[in-house]
Design a protein around this ligand. Structure first.
Ligand SMILES: [Zn+2]
Length: 97
């Protein structure tokens, strides 16, 4: 799987990891995610979500069992749609460093 390499990645230091994102409550898989740069995962940008297991079309981001893990926002600085994640709502597992 090829990671995206664009201006968003460059402004975050140019390093990315591929993460498996799962629901914290029931461990059902949500998606793969390309995390750019260091720091905690506080939001997930739509253009970095890969192979989602759940619908991304709604405002609420929920697992297949209905647990709410985040809400859709526009990250104003980059005018970039994203899901703002609630604290401790997801499990992150590094697939590719
Ligand atoms: Zn769940």
């Amino acid at each position: 799987m090829k990671l995206k390499n664009d201006r968003y990645k460059k402004t975050r230091g140019g390093r990315s990891r591929l993460l498996q994102i799962s629901c914290q409550k029931c461990t059902s898989p949500l998606c793969l995610y390309q995390k750019d740069g260091p720091g905690n995962l506080r939001r997930m940008y739509m253009d970095r979500i890969i192979e989602p297991n759940v619908s991304l079309a709604r405002k609420d981001f929920t697992c297949e069992n209905g647990h709410l893990v985040g809400v859709k926002i526009i990250y104003e600085k980059e005018r970039r749609p994203a899901f703002r994640l609630f604290v401790d709502s997801v499990i992150k597992k590094i697939i590719k460093a």
